[in-house]
Design a protein around this ligand. Sequence first.
Ligand SMILES: *[C@@H]1O[C@H](CO)[C@@H](O)[C@H](O)[C@H]1NC(C)=O
Ligand SMILES: *[C@@H]1O[C@H](CO)[C@@H](O)[C@H](O)[C@H]1NC(C)=O
Ligand SMILES: *[C@@H]1O[C@H](CO)[C@@H](O)[C@H](O)[C@H]1NC(C)=O
Ligand SMILES: *[C@@H]1O[C@H](CO)[C@@H](O)[C@H](O)[C@H]1NC(C)=O
Ligand SMILES: *[C@@H]1O[C@H](CO)[C@@H](O)[C@H](O)[C@H]1NC(C)=O
Ligand SMILES: *[C@@H]1O[C@H](CO)[C@@H](O)[C@H](O)[C@H]1NC(C)=O
Ligand SMILES: *[C@@H]1O[C@H](CO)[C@@H](O)[C@H](O)[C@H]1NC(C)=O
Ligand SMILES: *[C@@H]1O[C@H](CO)[C@@H](O)[C@H](O)[C@H]1NC(C)=O
Length: 462
Amino acid sequence: MKFLSCGSSCGFLVVSALIWVVSALDLQTDDFDSIKQDTALIAKGLLDYYDGYKKGGVIGMFTWPYYWWEAGGAWGSLIEYSYYMDNDTLVPLIKEALGYQVGENYNYVPLNQSTTEGNDDQGFWGIAVMAAAEKNMSNPKDERKAYLALAQAVFNTMQARWDHNDCHGGLRWQIFQWNSGYDYKNSVSNGCLFNIAARLARYTGNDSYADWAEKVWEWMVGTHLINETQPGYYFVYDGVTVNDNCSEVVKLQWSYNQGLFLSGAAVLYNYTQDEVWHERTKKLLAGSVVFFNSTNDIMYEAACQNGKGGQGAGSCNQDQRSFKAYFSRFLGLTAIMAPETSDTIMNWLEKSAIAAAQSCSGGTDGHTCGINWFLGHWDGVYGLGEQMCALEVITALRVHDRPPPYTANNGGSSKGNPGGGYGATNINATPLNLGSGDKAGAGIITAIIGMSIVGATVWLLL
Ligand SMILES: *[C@@H]1O[C@H](CO)[C@@H](O)[C@H](O)[C@H]1NC(C)=O
Ligand SMILES: *[C@@H]1O[C@H](CO)[C@@H](O)[C@H](O)[C@H]1NC(C)=O
Ligand SMILES: *[C@@H]1O[C@H](CO)[C@@H](O)[C@H](O)[C@H]1NC(C)=O
Ligand SMILES: *[C@@H]1O[C@H](CO)[C@@H](O)[C@H](O)[C@H]1NC(C)=O
Ligand SMILES: *[C@@H]1O[C@H](CO)[C@@H](O)[C@H](O)[C@H]1NC(C)=O
Ligand SMILES: *[C@@H]1O[C@H](CO)[C@@H](O)[C@H](O)[C@H]1NC(C)=O
Ligand SMILES: *[C@@H]1O[C@H](CO)[C@@H](O)[C@H](O)[C@H]1NC(C)=O
Ligand SMILES: *[C@@H]1O[C@H](CO)[C@@H](O)[C@H](O)[C@H]1NC(C)=O
């Protein structure tokens, strides 16, 4: 498909793709006003994909073809933007979305998503509310929707799915047995649990969460999903299947997986001051180099961006086109939590942010962002993921200019509920009695996603 068929609401994008307006954003990385102006324009473009206040739209959801999980990712992008630009304009919109999608058991497994929802999908909403707590976003009136309580609920229900039956542990990709991908144990699902556990440990001071993070880490290293393939470099690979006892690693590397583990390790190092987490942080940082062009230090999604197929997006699918956003966010968090990593990270972020801003020269608005940041201009690709990536890589330049993430002890005021999230329905894999039509639909969707990930032909060679 050449253009997204998302109805009249984004018809203007079709037009904008045809008219080439070259007026790239001119980003001055040391000038807060320049950063504010550019990010405000990019955020506006991001919200063009938001459905919630449109007729027939659902609060918290973005337009087709963006899945529910990516909405969790996009609200996370806007939380970072609001905090680091010191601008509360969008906070009511964000709070409304985070509150509306909590689901019946206040744990981000809403029934009408659960036919397709995986652990990673729930995890990205969990990461958004964790950040809301760390940034002291004001408590919602309904205490069941308090951000810390929701992050704990996501943690509780995810750790309850830890699967001892196959491969000595690990989370499966899927929550529900009928979804293809149920036999796959992947880094993003385990990475979300790890990242949330690390941050809950630091926020609450409760070591049970740190113990869980350690447990996830051990399993990841045990299966070689995190592997010191070159001395001093930890690479995070995509996943393993239970069908062969998790013996064959699918060696795709995605930037967000590296970022989930890198920032989680940095948070744990900061919290425990333990040399073991220090070493792990350093090796994960070293491994992150694969996502930067070695000649110009500009970030790219190495496993798909240069590949063939797609619409100029290489072989990156819609999901993958948003990964650089989370990677940027997690790099920023790492630079705060482990200051010795800051020089390396800020250099990467600065080079990438300038390049990303130059890619934002598309569309009728003249600042629609592209996927390929190497060109110095827009590449003709546009979408929610492209807006998110450019927004977050620029926003992350400001991580040292606002207070580090708060904790319960130093200014965070989010209300918790350590035992929350366990409803009647959502923990086990068989709560719903679906009609066969629903099952087939869900199966097809996940099969397509599964094929495009496992079947991607571009491998990272090192
Ligand atoms: C604050 O954020 C809003 C929404 O993104 C934006 O329209 C506005 O320009 C921003 N204000 C400043 C001063 O950056
Ligand atoms: C999901 O269900 C809620 C009610 O629980 C409803 O308000 C919302 O519109 C539904 N979302 C979608 C995408 O169907
Ligand atoms: C610490 O976290 C664990 C794991 O969620 C929980 O069971 C326990 O109640 C928490 N302890 C306190 C004091 O909150
Ligand atoms: C893990 O690293 C070792 C070298 O330390 C290498 O021999 C092995 O092939 C790697 N495993 C994977 C799955 O990359
Ligand atoms: C997986 O491991 C179990 C127990 O260790 C063993 O019984 C089974 O044969 C193994 N399966 C494969 C495909 O290697
Ligand atoms: C690195 O960027 C240059 C443009 O500066 C580009 O020509 C080259 O293909 C990029 N390398 C990779 C591996 O993408
Ligand atoms: C932990 O993070 C704070 C900033 O939040 C930083 O000042 C401190 O140096 C960090 N500690 C370590 C051990 O890196
Ligand atoms: C966090 O928010 C609460 C309630 O809005 C407020 O009382 C407190 O001062 C805030 N903390 C910081 C560090 O700003």
